[in-house]
Write a protein that binds this ligand. Sequence first.
Ligand SMILES: Nc1ncnc2c1ncn2[C@@H]1O[C@H](COP(=O)(O)OP(=O)(O)OP(=O)(O)O)[C@@H](O)[C@H]1O
Length: 215
Amino acid sequence: MLELKGLVKRYGSTPVFAGVNLALKPGEFVAVLGESGVGKSTLLNCIAGLDTLDGGSVHLDGQDVTTMAEPEQALLRRRDLGFVFQAFHVLPHLTVAQNVALPLLLLNRADDARVACALDEVGLGGFGDRLPQTLSGGQLQRVAIARALVHAPKLLLADEPTGNLDAGNAGRVMDTLVRQARAHGTACLLVTHSHAAAERADRVMELRSDGLYAV
Ligand SMILES: Nc1ncnc2c1ncn2[C@@H]1O[C@H](COP(=O)(O)OP(=O)(O)OP(=O)(O)O)[C@@H](O)[C@H]1O
């Protein structure tokens, strides 16, 4: 469902990576490890179309995202992708439920019952009316997971989702992520420094400047 072929990325004349190939099946969970600065976050951003590539192609469900016009790319991002970041990016002035509802609103598919269900699924039933500032880091990341999956995307891109959490919360967040991705049949590409988190994946890859390698 996701196919990366010969991806190349440079910033100006500085090469980041080249020769990145990967095929991800529906529902498959792949972890990407790699040294700091090798381009893991850049790779996720390029797959999402949030950053530009200097070569290669990204196919999502057979469609070439790299040659798509920006409006179609934006629609595909809203409909088929979910994101979880290290820094949560939960909007502080919205309630927990309003945060989780955002992807559905952007697709004109508002559904309060679905939002309540998504919060139940990540163990935050009853937290919908709370403001983010009243939640712990682990709870905020579970809000971000509910928001990333509420619209049942085909692909979840997770960038260091446990990077700001202690070991206990990191374990709980990974449990939630793996369980929810599996329940929704969502493929997941997880960038992490944590070997404990990577062990939860079906496959572990290492990003190097000349490609992605099985670990
Ligand atoms: N907008 C930018 N302009 C120029 N260089 C950039 C830009 N964004 C990232 N870089 C550089 O590209 C390289 C890859 O950065 P990236 O953040 O993707 O690495 P990473 O593997 O995710 O690192 P970390 O594990 O430390 O988060 C780094 O050398 C970084 O300095």
